[in-house]
Design a protein around this ligand. Structure first.
Ligand SMILES: C[S@@+](CC[C@H](N)C(=O)[O-])C[C@H]1O[C@@H](n2cnc3c(N)ncnc32)[C@H](O)[C@@H]1O
Length: 268
């Protein structure tokens, strides 16, 4: 059900037990945490992804008729960046059997779970890969890329987004970065139902993992907001970036980023 908070309700106790007592030291040192140091986070994320993506993902794609038709026709290569256990990637691959899907994630456990769940699907592949290495050309070119709830967690978002531009350039592709609906200026979030919860989760998880163990990562945090997101996508090479509301998902927005404004795979 859109807006249902039940799936989120276990997150605070989970993050509390993993990091609460470490927070003062993290504040003092400016350092962060590794993804793998949150016991139970992957399975929480998988449950959340099932609740979220099952209810809204296909609606989100189908309401974009050009994208939906192209995926249906087939021959499209789609990258899902920071795919976690691959819930969204598998949902798309099942719905569009004539297109090819590649999910990448830096986390080995998540990729193992994703790969085991592939089953009969022959149009999907999961690869353990740091998205900063997208420019190495190993995965080839793509028509469409997605990132669900992943960009704000990246240690080095500029390098990654430039990498996304590089794999989409040849096919004049589009990137849908689905991320938390927030304003970059904290005052813009006062009164929002989700903001207290979202800042707490961000402080306990998104900011520490985004800073990384050496503290040298960007550490955007979940509440980085539209101004920072638009700046990132534009400065890293996307020529046209639009913010789109998602009908079934009031907590997130889509940043629809085009490599070329009037491109062959223009999904506006
Ligand atoms: C909040 S989870 C979202 C997972 C999934 N997209 C979903 O909707 O359930 C963010 C994911 O980004 C991955 N990630 C973080 N940094 C990454 C990087 N540099 N390269 C690839 N994946 C990364 C994390 O391991 C994690 O699985």
């Amino acid at each position: 059900m859109p807006g249902n908070l039940a799936a989120y309700s276990t997150e605070i106790p989970l993050l509390n037990s993993a990091v609460y007592k470490k927070m003062p030291e993290l504040f003092r040192s400016g350092k962060g945490m590794a993804y793998g140091t949150y016991p139970g986070f992957n399975s929480f994320m998988e449950e959340l992804a099932i609740a979220k993506h099952n209810s809204s993902l296909l609606g989100f794609i189908k309401r974009n008729p050009v994208l939906h038709e192209k995926l249906q026709e087939g021959g499209m290569r789609v990258l899902d960046l920071g795919c976690g256990s691959g819930v969204a990637t598998r949902l798309m691959a099942r719905e569009y059997p004539k297109s090819q899907f590649v999910g990448i994630d830096i986390d080995e456990t998540a990729i193992n779970v994703a790969s085991k769940a592939v089953g009969e699907l022959s149009n999907i592949e999961f690869v353990m890969k740091d998205a900063v290495d997208l420019t190495d050309g190993e995965l080839g070119d793509f028509d469409y890329a997605t990132a669900f709830d992943a960009v704000h967690d990246l240690n080095h978002p500029e390098e990654v987004v430039k990498g996304v531009v590089s794999v989409l350039t040849k096919r004049k592709g589009t990137f849908s970065a689905v991320d938390v609906q927030a304003q970059s200026d904290i005052r813009g979030n006062v009164g929002s139902t989700m903001s207290g919860f979202a800042y707490a989760v961000s402080l306990f998880y998104c900011m520490p993992v985004g800073l990384g163990v050496d503290g040298k990562g960007k550490g955007f945090g979940m509440m980085w907001g539209q101004d920072k997101a638009l700046k990132l996508f534009r400065e890293c090479g996307f020529k046209d970036v639009q913010v789109k509301e998602i009908e079934d998902d009031p907590f997130n927005v889509e940043y629809r980023c085009q490599v070329e404004p009037e491109a062959a795979t223009d999904f506006r």
